[in-house]
Design a protein around this ligand. Structure first.
Ligand code: FES
Length: 499
């Protein structure tokens, strides 16, 4: 029989059991903890601090920390094996936003609740103890709708071709199975879901046709309250399922949750929240008012439409730098380079600019056809063009929203980067190619703010409605394309900005 060990994670209070001898990376991945260098032991992004228990120090961990840090209990999670019970502090959760426990207020109540982040690609389901906010169990899965299109636009096309019930049924069934696999689901009182506007519509059975054309406005974007029985979910009949409202237009409740998690709607300082994806979502504002917009960035940040593009997985070049005039590439996992992911692409463009292989307008210099990186992996002129379109969509969106707010980019106190890509992205490279035109010191990757935000709602039921209506009443949705200067600003943002 396999021995089990209990693992407790601070500061969010997750608690679970895993096999003794299991890799800590495998055990932590379902909790949304990211491994930026693919578990290669080179980035320190996965570091954890031992509060109780022990983890052996291997050669890579030894190299990654000073003797004082090792003595203080710091370890690389990707290099550790579970030897027995552990209490760990997770460095990724100690960022100024995610580790701020004062923001994770708990109004103790009885029973359990379920927080769901319904992403276009991945699904995360957390069972939470409503008495103390502890995460009792987590399930993750791929969104089954991906069989009918990788991004929201292809899902809309499939739905409009008569597939909307297939998409609704698939997501409801998968989430129902994930919930059924949670221990003690008979005590569940509330389920709260966040997701982008298309996920909101497809889950709730709302027609997505208006999302397919200008002005891309939903039929209804408000909160949807459902009975578990109507979804075919095996939960107590008195439990309630709430899909939280969209922030506005194509900006979904995942971003609303991000606004809550970052606290930007209560801040006196001007902040921005950017979710970098195929459909980039941007919010600018503070306690006074908020502006939001979505912008079609295309799939380049996920390695899409890039000749050798791939997702951030083993074999992907994820980091490119320049050392003494030479390119240095970091490849994820223990494999030879076979492609490049979004963070590598941004770095590669920044390195090409630095070396003079790419001009400020994006052209490869000296008549070159490709910019070679490592082991035959290279980027082409067309790849650079895709990146320019993607980064211009984000940069123009941020410029326009900030200008409409009545400020300029220098007035932004903090730019929060939400989502996994924000954690992988090198903010110096993002600055040097003009993707985020803000001093890197003011840019903060904040991980999965959607999940943290929905959990904050779950744990403070009495404040939820007032908090959400307060945010929605102060938020205005802008259509970027309707701005008379959109074209001009977008074209201006296409060039790379070096330095
Ligand atoms: S050092 Fe562990 S994921 Fe990079």
């Amino acid at each position: 029989m396999t021995n089990k060990a209990r693992i407790e994670l601070s500061p969010l209070g997750a608690c679970f059991e895993t096999d003794v001898g299991a890799s800590l990376e495998t055990a932590l991945a379902p909790y949304g903890i990211e491994f930026p260098c693919g578990g290669g032991g080179t980035c320190r992004g996965c570091r954890v601090r031992l509060i109780e228990g022990s983890l052996a120090v291997g050669p890579q961990t030894q190299r990654a920390f000073t003797p004082d840090e090792l003595a203080a209990g710091w370890r690389l999670a990707c290099q550790a094996k579970v030897e027995g019970p552990l209490t760990l502090e997770v460095a990724q959760w100690a960022s100024p936003v995610l580790g701020d426990d004062s923001r994770l207020v708990v109004e103790p109540s009885t029973g359990t609740g379920i927080a769901i982040d319904l992403g276009t690609t991945t699904l995360v389901v957390q069972l939470v103890d409503l008495a103390n906010g502890k995460v009792l169990a987590v399930r993750t899965a791929l969104n089954p709708q991906a069989a009918h299109g990788a991004d929201v636009m292809s899902r809309i096309s499939f739905a409009l071709d008569g597939g909307s019930q297939v998409l609704s049924g698939a997501i409801r069934n998968t989430l129902g199975e994930m919930i059924a696999g949670l221990p003690g689901s008979e005590s569940v009182r509330t389920v709260m879901i966040v997701g982008n506007t298309v996920m909101h519509h497809l889950f709730c059975g709302i027609d997505v046709e208006p999302l397919a054309h200008f002005p891309f406005l939903p039929l209804t974007e408000g909160q949807q309250d459902l009975a578990p029985g109507s979804l075919g979910w095996d939960l107590p009949p008195q439990a309630r399922v709430h899909f939280l409202p969209c922030l506005g237009g194509l900006v979904g409740s995942d971003v609303l949750a991000g606004v809550v998690a970052t606290g930007m709607a209560e801040s006196s300082r001007l902040c921005a929240l950017i979710d970098l994806g195929t459909n980039g979502e941007i919010v600018v504002g503070n306690a006074e008012r908020l502006l939001c917009a979505s912008t079609a960035a295309g799939p380049a940040f996920e390695g899409g439409r890039i000749r050798m593009g791939m997702r951030a997985s083993a074999g992907a070049i994820a980091r490119v730098g320049v050392d003494q005039g030479q390119l240095q590439c970091l490849v994820l996992g223990d494999e030879a380079a076979r492609g490049i992911c979004g963070s590598g692409l941004v770095d590669a463009a920044a390195a090409g600019l630095q070396l003079g292989a790419i001009a400020g307008n994006g052209r490869l210099t000296g008549g070159a056809k490709v910019f070679p990186l490592l082991n035959g992996v290279s980027i082409t002129q067309a790849d650079i063009r895709e990146l320019q379109l993607a980064k211009a969509a984000i940069a123009a969106g941020l410029r326009i929203l900030t200008r409409h707010w009545g400020a300029d980019l220098d007035a932004l106190d903090t730019v929060y980067l939400a989502g996994a890509f924000g954690n992988y992205l090198n903010v110096m490279s993002a600055r040097s190619i003009g993707l985020i035109e803000v001093d890197p010191g003011r840019v903060k990757p904040v991980g999965n703010t959607a999940l943290r935000g929905v959990k904050m709602h779950l744990l403070t039921a009495s404040q939820r409605d007032t908090r959400i209506s307060g945010i929605l009443s102060r938020t205005e949705h802008l259509s970027l394309a309707a701005d008379p200067r959109f074209e001009e600003i977008f074209v201006d943002c296409l060039a790379f900005v070096d330095g």
